[in-house]
Design a protein around this ligand. Structure first.
Ligand SMILES: [Zn+2]
Length: 285
């Protein structure tokens, strides 16, 4: 971008931010407009017509705004978040919030972007239903005899579950060629380690229930603490799970991914917190 490009870009971003903020303020007024039937007094056929004419708001925005605001009115802690951050922030939690959990969810909503919050809510709900990887299902399959013999040899004295776990997590000795970890003062991950880690999950996020594309390689022990690129503790993660990791909300983070689950609160006693707080400083939520 040249200088003029940057100027125009900056101006557009500023106006856009303001437009969003004003739209958020409009949404906050919707419940009162509905309650007082102000749209009728302003000679409009409906609140939708009123909001479209005066603020260019779509019907979907009005419906959604009213629905989320109605929920927020029941929960003062959520209402405070809506007032400061807008309805988008709390949308992922309106279906699960209760009187007992409203403070908990309000804190999460203040702390996370909408996308990260969605990821967190999804894991939180499914894991509290089934627990981490403790539900088992019987699986039958047809395999060539030769392959079965090989699998039996690999399993040796272990259990089938252990073998599958190793295969899924790319235990180096079995699924992939072993790769040594690299100690270096460079943050840059050596290409062969990056490839190895990415191939282990077929380019997808390593979080067990997640099928989103991995967008970054995450050092579960935090690179800054050890200055080591260790393939066993490097995992491809999607944006949402990478954010959750840096919020300290993934339990057993340095174990195999099948042992991961989301935590309710970060562990404040680990050195990783310093690194994570540093990361948080440099990016908006
Ligand atoms: Zn993910």
């Amino acid at each position: 971008m040249d200088k003029r490009d940057q100027q125009v870009h900056q101006q557009f971003s500023d106006y856009g931010r303001n437009a969003r903020e004003w739209m958020r303020k409009c949404v906050l007024l919707l419940p009162e407009i509905e309650r007082r039937q102000i749209w009728r007094k302003a000679r409009c056929g409906s609140i939708f017509e009123y909001a479209a004419k005066l603020a260019g708001m779509s019907r979907a925005t009005v419906e959604d705004g009213l629905r989320v605001m109605k929920k927020a009115e029941e929960f003062p802690a959520l209402k405070a978040v809506v007032e400061s951050r807008g309805v988008n922030r709390v949308r992922p939690i309106v279906a699960i919030v209760t009187k007992d959990t409203e403070e908990f969810w309000a804190e999460k909503a203040r702390q996370m972007s909408r996308h990260t919050l969605e990821t967190y809510v999804q894991n939180y709900r499914s894991e509290s239903r089934t627990g981490p990887a403790n539900q088992s299902v019987k699986l039958t399959m047809d395999l060539p005899l030769e392959m079965v013999e090989k699998l039996k040899a690999m399993k040796a004295a272990g259990t089938w579950e252990e073998l599958m776990g190793k295969l899924l997590n790319g235990a180096p000795a079995i699924a992939q060629e072993a790769l040594e970890s690299v100690s270096t003062s460079s943050r840059h991950i050596p290409a062969r380690i990056g490839r190895h880690v990415t191939e282990r999950t077929g380019g997808l996020c390593a979080y067990p229930s997640c099928s989103r594309e991995a967008t970054s390689l995450h050092h579960t022990q935090r690179w800054g603490l050890e200055k080591v690129h260790d393939p066993a503790r490097l995992h491809g993660l999607c944006d949402g799970h990478e954010r959750l990791a840096h919020l300290g909300l993934i339990e057993n983070e340095e174990a195999m991914p099948q042992e991961w689950r989301v935590r309710a609160q970060p562990d404040l006693t680990t050195d990783k917190r310093f690194i994570d707080q540093f990361v948080a400083l440099y990016r908006p939520t």
